[in-house]
Design a protein around this ligand. Structure first.
Ligand SMILES: [Mg+2]
Length: 432
């Protein structure tokens, strides 16, 4: 018994050296006794946490700096092009106030000496594949969120990979630096949301840990915008309702949050407690989102098919926005009266998550398919999904960006006043 107590006390100081990977259950120094590095990480739950989030630091800019060492000490902005915005900027540029998604003229006003490089996405995709290749050596449960981010579930890999998750991630971080020449930040947490939040705490070259026991307290004082799905506009809605910090969500409680904001309110209540039951799903991006409906009586008329298609586009796009994803491929599905299934896909110029663009694309295909035949089912879908973080706004074409603003506003009104509160002009049209 005394032995157990002793062991428990010791286990409260697990520590790891991020340079030489030395490990201890009883960290006492602030330098590594093996290599004298000050880059130690210590946390009571360090050996227990198996969910990691990996995020490259200023990815595109870091790739460019690696390939052009003369730029190492200069502010570098990757961006420009048609939309004229900052795609990524290096940490030196950030000290001048340059930020992602900022219009280029504004960025150059803040930092006139910045070196502007137009993005080379095929190069970034190649580097991404190299990084994800190293990640895949650790676990089959890897879920990429974008080219430079992934969740990794390391549960049960300790013996195979020679150490606990924290050790594996520190070693991976070191490998990516030495073999690929890029710096990444690591977050460890009890679930996806907390792992992602923690990878952002210590950037660049960070290694941060949020434990299950401290999660609620850690979140309580932070702004609600830290939570996935809470953008600036929804944060204003919350603020009007007296909620600014995550702890305020706990005070309001799940019941009221659900009444006010529907399913998303319930999710916010869970997140505020530090709970998130989503699992790491390597196939999530490929699965896609769709909505379909079978008619009571077969439909031949193009206008009626269009009306149904609009409803399905709204439903599928609404799901995509709620999940925080957008699709690069739009799909129209039809079933003829004699049960023949027709599926038509179209790859888009950029990812979309709005009914407007999904409908535009699928309707275009529908117009060619609806030749007077009778149909019994219609569906619209999105696949080849990407996560849409607030930072990723440059992913969207300008048409999609405009539609996102419009439809995002409708989501919030619906969440607040119920689904019937907003109908678009299309839905108000008399049906024939
Ligand atoms: Mg990143």
């Amino acid at each position: 018994m005394t032995h157990d107590l002793h062991r428990t006390a010791r286990l409260h100081r697990p520590g790891l050296c991020r340079d030489c990977l030395w490990m201890t259950d009883d960290l006492t120094d602030n330098r590594c006794p093996a290599c004298a590095s000050p880059r130690l990480v210590s946390h009571p739950e360090l050996w227990d946490l198996t969910l990691a989030h990996l995020d490259c630091d200023a990815f595109y800019a870091s790739v460019e700096k690696r390939d052009r060492p003369e730029l190492a000490e200069q502010p570098v902005i990757v961006g420009g092009g048609v939309r004229g915005v900052v795609t990524t900027c290096c940490y030196i540029a950030r000290t001048y106030g340059v930020r992602s998604a900022m219009p280029m003229f504004k960025a150059l006003k803040a930092c006139p000496e910045a070196v502007v490089i137009s993005p080379d996405f095929s190069k970034y995709r190649r580097e991404s594949r190299r990084i994800m290749g190293l990640v895949a050596e650790l676990s089959p449960l890897v879920q990429p969120l974008s080219l430079d981010e992934a969740w990794i579930d390391l549960a049960g890999t300790e013996r195979l990979n020679g150490g606990p998750g924290a050790f594996q991630m520190a070693r991976l971080q070191r490998r990516i630096q030495t073999e690929i020449g890029l710096s990444v930040s690591v977050g460890l947490g009890p679930n996806k949301t907390l792992a992602k939040i923690s990878s952002d705490l210590d950037k660049p070259r960070g290694f941060a840990v949020i434990g299950a026991r401290e999660a609620k307290g850690f979140l309580a004082g932070r702004p609600v915008t830290l939570l996935p799905g809470v953008g600036p506009a929804f944060a204003r809605t919350l603020e009007r309702d007296g909620v600014r910090r995550i702890g305020d969500l706990s005070s309001v409680g799940a019941k009221v949050l659900t009444q006010r904001y529907g399913a998303f309110g319930l999710r916010l209540a869970e997140l505020a407690e530090g709970r998130d039951l989503r699992t790491v799903d390597p196939h999530e991006a490929r699965k896609g989102i769709s909505a379909e409906t079978t008619f009571n009586t077969d439909i031949r008329d193009l206008q009626s098919l269009k009306d149904e298609l609009w409803r399905m586009s709204e439903r599928a796009a609404g799901q995509a926005r709620a999940r925080g994803v957008a699709g690069r491929v739009a799909t129209l599905k039809l079933k003829t009266a004699d049960f023949q299934i027709i599926t038509r896909r179209r790859t888009l110029p950029g990812p979309i998550q709005t009914a407007t663009l999904l409908f535009q694309t699928t309707c275009d295909i529908l117009t060619r398919e609806a030749d007077g035949r009778a149909f019994r089912l219609i569906g619209a879908g999105l696949s080849d999904l990407v996560e849409t973080s607030a930072e990723a706004t440059d992913l969207f074409t300008s048409d999609e960006s405009r539609a996102r603003v419009r439809e995002g506003t409708m989501d919030r009104i619906r969440a607040r006043f119920g689904a019937a509160a907003v109908t678009t002009g299309r839905n108000l049209k008399p049906r024939n």
